[in-house]
Design a binder for this molecule. Structure first.
Ligand code: ZN
Length: 215
């Protein structure tokens, strides 16, 4: 099981169908690794169903079928937690990520992002930036802050971020208060999914030159 998880806010937004596309994808992929978060989401869904069933908006209690239809509608809008794995097989990418990117890892079209870091951005995710990153051993993203939350799900290798080592299935969440420098550990390439809710500002001497790429 993973040792670092999405925030409860992320899990709750997923459980209610309110998550952004990027957060929904990250949580769905994390759930394929994590029994703890699957249980939390199931509990949140049960609470949500109970709240819907006792909603004060209607004087008469809603019929069970209408509650289930509303829950099903919310569920239908988000990526499936279970890997479909029927059309695209891959030993590293979880099913929701394979389905979203439409390719196994071996067919991802990487683009240079910065020295040691390649990126494949998922189009059509609105103001948030949803990307697969491939980070060479020991390389990383220079020190930076962001205006929104940055969530990273490790898919292979190991990511060192703010003193913690994150392994496949782990989620590192950095808020706008964090100035950090995530990097792959030495000796092993790291592939991860990142969801960035705001702009990045590089803060180090070298990194400031990269701000042009962050626009
Ligand atoms: Zn978890």
């Amino acid at each position: 099981m993973a040792s670092a998880h999405p925030t409860d806010d992320m899990l709750a937004s997923y459980a209610t169908g309110a998550a952004s596309p990027g957060v929904a994808l990250l949580v769905a992929a994390h759930l394929t690794y994590c029994a703890r978060c699957r249980a939390r989401v199931a509990a949140m869904e049960a609470v949500g169903g109970a709240l819907l069933a006792t909603s004060p908006a209607d004087c008469a209690p809603p019929r069970l079928e209408s509650v289930m239809a509303r829950l099903d509608g919310a569920r239908a809008d988000r990526p499936k937690a279970k890997a479909s794995g029927l059309s695209i097989r891959d030993p590293i990418l979880p099913g929701p990520i394979r389905d979203a990117f439409g390719a196994p890892l071996s067919e991802i079209r990487w683009r240079f992002r910065m020295p040691g870091v390649s990126e494949c951005e998922l189009p059509g995710t609105g103001p948030e930036r949803v990307s697969l990153l491939r980070v060479r051993p020991g390389a990383g993203v220079p020190a930076h802050t962001h205006t929104g939350v940055e969530a990273t799900l490790v898919l292979s290798g190991a990511l060192l971020d703010r003193g913690a080592v994150h392994l496949p299935g782990d989620v590192a969440v950095a808020t706008s208060d964090d100035d950090h420098h995530p990097r792959a550990v030495d000796g092993e390439e790291c592939v991860c999914l990142t969801v960035l809710g705001g702009a990045v500002r590089f803060t180090g001497t070298f990194g400031r030159a990269l701000n042009i790429f962050a626009e």
